[in-house]
Design a protein around this ligand. Structure first.
Ligand code: GTP
Ligand code: MG
Length: 226
């Protein structure tokens, strides 16, 4: 009898997407924030944590950019959305493991809009239990301490830290790298593998342990059979 072609054989595009899913078992770390807050530079910095200098040129992110970043032996997948995609941010929440919201502390004219987007984010039902990191960027610039304290209060950092287990707030400089390692450590602790792959792990039958008696020794054998 003629063998029926598998889905991947019938559709090469489907085969491509299936194989990319197989190679990308993790969900993305989603990076969002308003215009010029420093997302592109931060992504370059996270990729080169220890580098003395990185490319700091501003390139407006149109649509979405994806990057793979390795940290302590694990590769994480980052997706970054520019402010132009603001209306679509929430469509990406489901496919994200963690969210980094970047704020430019030197741009006082923008801070109210950043706060309003952050509040919408924190109230989104889809994000209940999802790890969120608030990154106050550009701390290499002169900003009064009282202004920073004021921003912490404005963004209700203490309240979010108390009410969410996996909320983090960091003061960073994507330019110098200050505080950026903290973000990668937070990702390492919070970036959970895709549910499908962890479910597949759970469904894998456990090796059966059989006790085999021999005249002199008791041997334990592991086999995959049920
Ligand atoms: N002083 C200082 N400047 C920074 C820092 N991070 C980014 N910048 C500068 O801020 C400007 C904007 O940075 P980008 O990374 O392009 O901003 P973005 O958030 O990706 O902007 P969009 O893609 O338009 O949404 C550039 O001139 C950067 O060099 C920082 O930590 N300190
Ligand atoms: Mg950008």
């Amino acid at each position: 009898m003629k063998r029926r072609a598998s889905i991947s054989e019938r559709s090469p595009r489907r085969r491509q997407s299936m194989s990319s899913k197989r190679h990308n078992p993790q969900k993305d770390c989603l990076m969002i924030g308003l215009q010029n807050t420093g997302k592109s530079v931060l992504l370059r910095r996270l990729k080169a944590l220890e580098a003395s200098s990185i490319d700091t040129a501003s390139r407006q992110t149109v649509g979405m950019e994806r990057e793979e970043i390795s940290f302590l032996g694990t590769t994480y997948f980052f997706a970054k959305y520019g402010s132009k995609m603001l209306a679509n941010w929430n469509k990406m929440y489901d496919s994200s493991s963690t969210i980094i919201f970047v704020v430019d502390i030197t741009n006082s004219a923008q801070i109210a809009s950043s706060l309003s987007e952050f509040e919408i984010l924190m109230e989104d039902q889809q994000l209940e239990g999802k790890p969120i990191c608030l990154a106050f960027n550009k701390n290499d610039q002169e900003v009064k301490e009282s202004t920073l304290e004021y921003y912490y209060e404005m963004f209700d950092v203490e309240f979010h830290q108390e009410s969410r287990d996996n909320f983090e707030c960091v003061s960073i400089s994507a330019l110098t790298g200050d505080g950026c390692k903290k973000i990668m450590n937070w990702i390492k602790n919070n970036c959970v593998p895709d549910r499908r792959s962890s479910r597949a792990e759970k469904l894998k039958p456990l090796p059966k342990v059989e006790k085999v008696k021999s005249s002199k020794f008791s041997l334990f054998c592991c086999c995959g059979k049920k």
